[in-house]
Design a protein around this ligand. Sequence first.
Ligand SMILES: Nc1ncnc2c1ncn2[C@@H]1O[C@H](COP(=O)(O)OP(=O)(O)OP(=O)(O)O)[C@@H](O)[C@H]1O
Length: 234
Amino acid sequence: MIEVKKLTKQADNKLILRGVDLSINKGETVAILGPNGAGKSTLLKVLATLIKPTSGDIKINGLELKKNHIAIKKILGYLPHSSLLYDHYSPLENLVFFGNIYGVKDVEKRAKELVKEVGLSFFLNEPVKNFSRGMIQRIAIARAIVHEPEILLLDEPHTGLDQGAISILNTVILSMKKKGTTTLMVTHDFKQAAEICDRIIIVKNGKIVDDFKIENQSLGIVSEKYELQVEGVS
Ligand SMILES: Nc1ncnc2c1ncn2[C@@H]1O[C@H](COP(=O)(O)OP(=O)(O)OP(=O)(O)O)[C@@H](O)[C@H]1O
């Protein structure tokens, strides 16, 4: 459960988030859409405890973010724009390294399973520096879920992935959803948002301007509402 009240974020005299109120239930898969510069990544970074809000309250699983960021970090999986991987390490070494930080049990077994899940077993021991952007993104996704987080925060997860990898990622997100994981996903890809999310939030100028549930993977409704809110087309 994520509860955000009157959240603002200011940087360099610019108000990036202007009073965000948001409540997300356990197990929901939520897409955050919006134009460039709307504040989507900033919202995700605040929730990921990477940057501090200027004002407002955030509670995650009933814990206040301000006071409990270490406990909260353990239940979060965050995929930023950059992969956070070590270039000279292989996928196995990277995942074992990050798994150990989170105290993952049988970490080598878990790492190998994840590399298989993202379809890169053949490259298990190759240094990541030799990988393509899409391959790096696959391992970055594995890194974000190595500790089986309760909450997944994904910043443009589909970017750079080929069709095969997109379907692997969607399978990973949906299978985590079945286990009760809550996912927030910033994306520009309406098709993927409609396909795997059950709720859409539209952010514009640092505010939530629409928040609705979708059923039956309805891409049409997503595009229609986005155009209405962001491009002012009715
Ligand atoms: N640390 C910072 N200092 C100053 N301005 C910042 C900072 N971080 C972000 N901004 C500005 O805040 C605005 C929102 O940035 P953010 O990255 O959250 O947007 P976004 O909605 O994720 O955009 P995109 O779709 O392009 O990734 C942008 O104008 C950005 O330049």
